[in-house]
Ligand binder design. Structure first.
Ligand SMILES: [Zn+2]
Ligand SMILES: [Zn+2]
Length: 187
């Protein structure tokens, strides 16, 4: 199981082997800062970190960009590189959660995205089967795990589901390269 890691600014701190640093200005950084959400009245300082993490999650789902709309390209590039985080420990400056507490850091959102749960089929009480909607890679068709709430809502309301090739260990590297190339051309 991948673990959240706290990064420190002090001299001598070393990234553990295999961990990925997800602080700003890496491509996995949270563009929403706690200071931003306080400045525009979305949260008070006590709830600011939590609000910034929630905004990060909403932005990944649908590009929602309040209060400071980060460029859509930042989001597209991040999603295309999610395969780099599969199974990895993720390091941010935020303090680690107490045992049993939720991690109030965008690294939790990234870990949830890069390591989708896989709910097995279950027998229902009426003799039928309960199946959690699954996501398949848009490239190779490989199973990636459970669809998340935003994807389920999209499917129910007839919206297109996001392309998830960026999550696929097989297709992700080539897909990420293609996305970067396409964005460079569009500049
Ligand atoms: Zn953090
Ligand atoms: Zn694939």
């Amino acid at each position: 199981m991948p673990e959240p890691i706290q990064r420190f600014r002090r001299k001598g701190w070393r990234k553990p082997d295999g961990a990925v640093i997800v602080t700003r200005p890496s491509r996995f950084g949270n563009p929403f800062t706690a200071a931003d959400v306080v400045a525009c009245g979305i949260a008070v300082p006590e709830t600011a970190r939590e609000a910034a993490v929630e905004m990060f999650a909403a932005w990944l789902d649908c590009g929602l960009g309040v209060p400071k709309p980060p460029q859509e390209r930042t989001r597209v590039v991040l999603l295309a590189h999610l395969h780099q985080l599969v199974g990895r420990d993720l390091a941010c400056y935020c303090p680690l959660p107490e045992p049993g507490e939720r991690d109030v850091c965008h690294r939790r959102v990234l870990m949830e995205r890069a390591n989708r749960p896989r709910t097995p089929e279950r027998a229902a009480a009426d003799g039928g089967r309960l199946i959690r909607m699954q996501r398949a890679c848009n490239g190779c068709g490989g199973g990636l795990g459970d669809a998340n709430d935003a994807e389920i809502h999209a499917a129910i309301s007839g919206q297109p589901m996001p392309d998830v090739r960026g999550e696929c260990l097989r297709c992700g590297p080539a897909y990420a390269k293609a996305v970067l190339k396409e964005l460079a051309r569009a500049r």
